[in-house]
Write a protein that binds this ligand. Sequence first.
Ligand SMILES: [Zn+2]
Length: 500
Amino acid sequence: MFLVLKKSRQHFFILIKLILLIILVGCLVANQAQAQNIETQLIENLMAETPILSDLHQLCDVIGGRVTGTEPNERSVEWAVKKFEEIGVEVWTEDFEMPRKWAEKSAKATVTGGSNWSPRIACRAFSTGTPKGGLSAELIYAGNGTTDEFEALGERVNNKFVLVATPVMENLTLLFLEYINAIEIESNAKKLGALGVVYMSSREKKLLYRHLTSYGVKNDMPMIVMARDDATRCQRLLENGKTLNLNIELDVIDEPAYIAKNVVAEIKGSEKPDEVIIMGAHLDSWGLGTGANDNGCNVTMTMDMARQYKKLGIAPKRTIRFILWNGEEQGMFGSQAYTQQHNMNDVKLTLTVDIGSGNIDGFFTNSRPELQAMLNQYLEPLDSLGPFEHTDAVIVGTDNYDFFAQGVPNLVAKHDVYNYCADYHSESDTYDKVNALNLKHNATIMGLLTWQFSNAEGKWRFKRHKRKKIEKAIETYDLQSGMQALNLWDGWVDKSRGRK
Ligand SMILES: [Zn+2]
C-alpha cells in the first residue's frame, strides 16, 4: 500500500511538473507571439500615414531656422513640449549653460579696385562683428590655405583679408575635410596676423552656409563665407594681377553665456525603469535655411516614434527617453550637459539620427562591434528596407559624442546620403528637400530598433567602457584630428569632457 501510494504520488508529481512545463512553454510561445504581434503592428503603424510631415511643416516652415539662443529656438522648445504632451508621454525640459550667445543679424560686403561689386557673404559661426561702416583691407589669395601657401605669402598676410579656395563639396568625405582643413587655414591666418578669413563657398550657384570654424566658440576674428561665384571672380582677378580691396560689415549678436533647454520625453520601463535607452535628434539648426534635413526631419521622426508606442499602449521593459538636443550646432552642448547632469551608468544605449532623410542603410557602432549581431537580428523583420551594413567606425560630430566619450554604448544611423551635402547648413536646407518616403522607412527602422533594444531579454549585455578603452578607440579609429576640428580634443585631454 505504502509502495503503491508512493508510486502514485510520484506519478502525481510528474504529472504536475508536466502541466507546469506545458504552461511555461505555452506562456513563452504566447509571449513570443505577442512580442511579434507588437512588432508587426508597430511596423504597420509607423509605415502608415502619420503626422510626421505636418509636424515637419510646423517646425521648419512656420517656426523656421532655430539657432540656439534666439527666439525661434525658444519657440521650437515650447512647440516640442506641447507636441509630446499631445502625444501623451511625460515631458519636461532640462536647462544647461551655453558658453556664448551668437547669431548673425546681417552681413554685407563690397569689393573695390577697378572691378566693383557686392559679393554675397555670410558669417561663419562665432565670427566677430565689425564696426558700423565695416572693416576694409586688401584681399589676398592664399590658394587652398596650406602652411606652404601661407608661408610663401609671409608678411603680406598681416592685416589683410585672406581668400581661401575650396573644392565643391560633393560627398561626406569632402565635408569632413572642410572641417579638418580649417585647422591649418585658421591657425596660419592667425599666426601671420590676417585681419580675417574669407572662405570660398564650397557650394555652387551662390549658395551660402554657416558652421563652426576650427576655434568654435573661442573664435575671435572675422570669418566669412563668400558665394563661390563671387569668390572665384575675386580669385581670377587677383591671379591676373589686380589689387582688390574688401569691405565687410558684419552685424552680430555676441553675448556671454546663457541658459538653453533640452526637451526630454519619457515612457517609463515596466520591468527595469532605471535602465534607460535614449533615442535622440537635435532640435536646433543654423539659421540660414530652416534646418529640415539637418535635423528637423529626425526631430519629427523621434516624436512619431513616441506617438506610435503610445497609440499601441505598449510599455517597454526599460525606460525609453526621447530627447531633442539643443545647442548641437555650436558644439553639442546640450548632450554634453546631459552626460554631466545624469548618472551615465543608468544609460544603457543611445541612438542618434542626424544625417538627413536618405534611407538608413546601417549603423555606426562607434567602436562596439559586439552590437552588430543584435542589430542584424533586430532588423530582420525589415529585410525589405535593407540591405543593412554596419561599420564600427566612430562618429564624433553629433550628439553621440559625449556618450561615446563617457563609454556609453551608442549608435548613429548611417544613411544613403540624399540631398544632404549640397544643402548642409545652407540656405537651401528646407522642407522640400526632405525625402518623405525615406523618412517613413527610417522612422520604422528606428521605431522598431529602439523598441527591441528596450525590451532585450535578461541582463543588459553591453558594459560601459573605461577611459583606457575609449582612448584605445580614439587611437584605432584615428579620431584626434576630427576631435580637434570640432573643439573636442582639449576637453578630452584635460578630462573636462568625457570619462575621467
Ligand atoms: Zn545635425
